[in-house]
Design a protein around this ligand. Structure first.
Ligand SMILES: C[S@@+](CC[C@H](N)C(=O)[O-])C[C@H]1O[C@@H](n2cnc3c(N)ncnc32)[C@H](O)[C@@H]1O
Length: 541
């Protein structure tokens, strides 16, 4: 499960075939104290219902090793009406509370990044990377080569994976298989923890395993274990948020307690990843006793067909949550298409969103459209968006945007995604820094932030990561305006302060948080006693 935290990678989906963008989720486990007795009992009970050969007490004890500061647990594991087991609030949890923090059992680079030039030890993208002369894993320096991590992996490969003659060495396949290598290197005790987690029931092929086997002689028991690990990580791994400034390859990880978080399209938590890749789960709204603690495995702003399709494809279930049931998605109309009747100003919405075979109908003229036609339009939209140069926001071809506007209203998730991309780029791209923006672009940034914040609020996801990010960008636009026109400062002061304060509250401690978050809060947040001109020095820096 990965949480791409907000960017929708819009519209690259074809509803009919369910091909789509990567989804996301995340979680956390904590280290230290024992679970309290009720938690322990329920955990034992719930995992006891699985076909496990191992002692549940041992597994429970093992789980606690990955929990940080679990002396005061506010959660319990029990059967969920959503599916399998889930985490539930064992006491009232206030918005903003740290629910738990867990360390990963294993982390590794995402398989789709194997083509990148990155070091298999420090994960840094570096041109200096070379293949280890013994095992052929990519490393970037003598320091990484001599690290205990590399030594263990290198020794394992040399001792266990005998190269087949004439097969050549393939560092790319080794990179993809590194996550399995790391599972193979776990202790027997750690491996037992895996048996507690839900597994994929689909017989998914691992093409890289075939490639590996064509290059090396791999013992049969290791092949079986790799297949088993694959079925576990397919369902339970999280995409780890990254800091683009650190120039590291994106990672995924398996977090023992986070793996118990079920999905809801209106989650009540956000995931915060630290530099050490620990994952903390915070409440994004008040959670009452007995309520399930849920995360979102997809992007929050994806439309219902995209979310449901992705969940089915990757996590093997059809979501039936309240948001999925509501064809307007809490009034946001993220899925809406323009009515096919050219004379009509209405929009098409699914008549029965939980049924992919149901017709869509126009809210104005009542025209009905069969799902095959909707799928065809969605595919065209996917191709159109795919042809946009999204990295060059001011050259987004007007002709393509105009064609998009023929099919979709501005509430559609594709436009919302494009707006979000603009928000993140305007003021934060080389040549388009905040102090270089024209007045109209600054105003555009502000209004895009406000509009997207309204959509996020309507969805009811509380203090989600995305809200924090949008507040940060709104703050940045307002502060820039006040810096240019000091006379406006008094008028804008309270919003400048409250936006950075709320953004800080949501984003603090996260590896992907804007680097100047703390500095901005110190100089432009509430309670700063510096004179006005000094407050803005941070923006000139
Ligand atoms: C990471 S696991 C969550 C914990 C899992 N329920 C268990 O018992 O171990 C993800 C799996 O839980 C189930 N699940 C999670 N959220 C769900 C939902 N909203 N509806 C149905 N099943 C869900 C699906 O089987 C999914 O593949």
């Amino acid at each position: 499960m990965e949480q791409m935290r907000f960017i929708i990678s819009s519209g690259y989906f074809h509803i009919g075939s369910c091909t789509s963008m990567s989804a996301g989720l995340a979680a956390s486990v904590s280290r230290g104290a024992l679970l309290d007795p009720p938690c322990l009992a329920v955990f034992q009970h719930s995992i006891g219902s699985r076909d496990m050969a191992h002692s549940t007490a041992e597994e429970t004890a093992l789980l606690t090793e990955y929990l940080e500061d679990s002396a005061q647990t506010v959660w319990t594991i029990k059967q969920s009406a959503l599916g399998g087991r889930g985490l539930f609030a064992s006491q009232p949890i206030k918005n903003g509370t740290l629910i738990f923090k867990n360390n990963p059992l294993v982390t590794a680079a995402r398989a789709d990044r194997a083509g990148d030039t990155y070091c298999c030890v420090c994960y840094k993208n570096r041109d200096t990377c070379y293949n280890c002369d013994k095992c052929f894993l990519a490393i970037c320096s003598e320091e990484c080569k001599l690290s205990s991590e590399h030594e263990a992996e290198c020794t394992f490969i040399i001792n266990n994976w005998k190269p087949k003659s004439g097969s050549g060495k393939h560092s790319e396949v080794l990179k993809i298989m590194q996550i399995y290598l790391r599972f193979l290197l776990l202790t027997d005790k750690q491996k037992k923890l895996l048996s507690v987690l839900q597994k994929s029931t689909s017989d998914t092929k691992i093409p890289e395993l075939d490639t590996l086997c064509s290059r090396y002689e791999i013992p049969n028991d290791q092949i079986s274990f790799i297949k088993f690990v694959h079925s576990v990580i397919k369902i339970n791994s999280f995409r780890i948020a990254s800091n683009p400034d650190k120039k590291k390859v994106p990672l995924r990880g398996l977090y023992p307690l986070s793996a118990f978080l079920n999905h809801c399209c209106v989650p009540n938590t956000r995931n915060v990843f630290d530099n050490d890749y620990s994952m903390a789960v915070y409440a994004t709204k008040d959670i009452s006793v007995g309520e399930e603690i849920v995360t979102c495995y997809t992007g929050i702003l994806w439309c219902t067909p995209a979310r449901r399709c992705q969940l089915y494809k990757t996590k093997q279930f059809w979501c039936m949550c309240e948001r999925c049931k509501d064809n307007t998605e809490m009034g946001t109309k993220l899925s809406a298409l323009k009515c096919f009747n050219k004379e009509c100003v209405g929009i098409l919405l699914p008549m029965s969103p939980l049924d992919q075979r149901a017709e869509w109908s126009c809210d104005n003229c009542g025209t009905k459209v069969v799902p095959e036609e909707i799928n065809a339009i969605q595919s065209i939209l996917g191709s159109l968006v795919g042809s946009l140069d999204l990295d060059d926001q001011f050259r987004l071809e007007p002709a393509i945007l105009a064609r998009l506007a023929n099919f979709i209203p501005y509430t559609n998730h594709i436009f919302i995604d494009l707006r979000l991309r603009l928000v993140l780029k305007i003021g934060f791209t080389q040549g388009l820094k905040l102090n270089e923006l024209s007045e109209s672009r600054l105003a555009l940034k502000e209004s895009l932030c406000r509009g997207t914040l309204r959509t996020v609020a309507a969805l009811g996801v509380g203090d989600a990561h995305l809200r924090g990010l949008l507040l940060y960008h709104l703050h940045a636009a307002l502060a820039e305006r006040a810096r240019r026109l000091p006379d406006l400062y008094e008028e804008l002061k309270s919003e400048i302060e409250s936006t950075i304060e709320q953004a800080y509250y949501i984003l603090q401690g996260d590896i992907s948080a804007p680097p100047d978050l703390e500095l901005r809060r110190r100089y432009l947040g509430p309670g700063c006693d510096k004179p006005q001109e000094e407050r803005f020095f941070i923006l000139d820096a």
